[in-house]
Design a protein around this ligand. Structure first.
Ligand code: SF4
Length: 223
């Protein structure tokens, strides 16, 4: 099994329940969901002409549609060779759930890493049992993919981007249609740090006893 990797880098997790944790991000290439406000549009297409050598996706430092193909074992070795110290891995994208992530998860867990996936909830999740699942549900997006009830049930955390009341109403409808486990953490994340979105998210989190996720890395201007 080979994985198309856009980039691998080490930073601080800026979103959700693991905010503040040192983390290695493994960004997979490819996503058909089509969110208009997506800030990683360079990961959407898997163009053969953009395939590069492995070393060119390690600590890439700039958004680009280039990608390299690595096996699970090569990914583990790349983390060791890069000298990363974090033990928390974030599988992100793109949409990482487009791929069978079990061989990768098994190799990473055997090497002592803890895994988290950030997913839109629109693809079947093929993960190790211990992988922490963060679903950021993408509703009514141009790609036409539906958020899956099995993803919502598997979610350890639901992190929902909001700018307007209609986004909260949409989440309410989703939670009715696809109820998560009682233990699942729900957080609202203001879109693009807009003041009105932040105010709405704070008000709603307090009223519902949900959590606020503020994309700390954007406030800190780190990757
Ligand atoms: S699912 Fe994620 S990567 Fe895909 S378009 Fe939406 S925000 Fe972008």
């Amino acid at each position: 099994m080979l994985y198309p990797i856009n980039e691998i880098f080490q930073t601080i997790q800026g979103e959700g329940l693991f905010t503040g944790a040192p983390a290695i991000f493994i960004r997979l290439q490819g996503c058909p969901v089509g969110c208009p406000w997506c800030d990683t549009q360079h990961t959407w297409e898997l163009e053969p002409q953009n395939k590069v050598a492995v070393k060119q996706v390690i600590n890439k430092g700039a958004a680009a549609p280039t990608w390299a193909e690595l096996s699970a074992e090569q990914i583990v070795q790349a983390l060791i060779d890069a000298g990363y110290t974090a033990k928390h891995i974030v599988l992100t994208g793109g949409e990482p759930a487009m791929y069978d992530l079990r061989p990768l998860g098994e190799a990473l867990e055997a090497a002592g890493y803890r895994l988290q996936i950030e997913t839109s909830g629109t693809f079947e999740l093929l993960l190790t049992a211990n992988t922490w699942v963060t679903v950021s549900p993408k509703l009514d997006m141009p790609g036409g993919y539906l958020v899956r009830p099995d993803c919502m049930q598997r979610a350890d955390e639901i992190k929902h981007p909001v700018a307007m009341q209609k986004h909260i109403d949409a989440l309410d409808n989703l939670l009715k249609r696809c109820p998560p486990k009682a233990s699942t953490s729900i957080s609202l994340q203001p879109i693009s740090q807009r003041p009105r979105a932040t105010e709405l998210a704070i008000e709603t989190c307090i009223a519902r006893n949900w959590r606020l996720s503020v994309q700390l890395h954007k406030y800190l201007a780190i990757e």
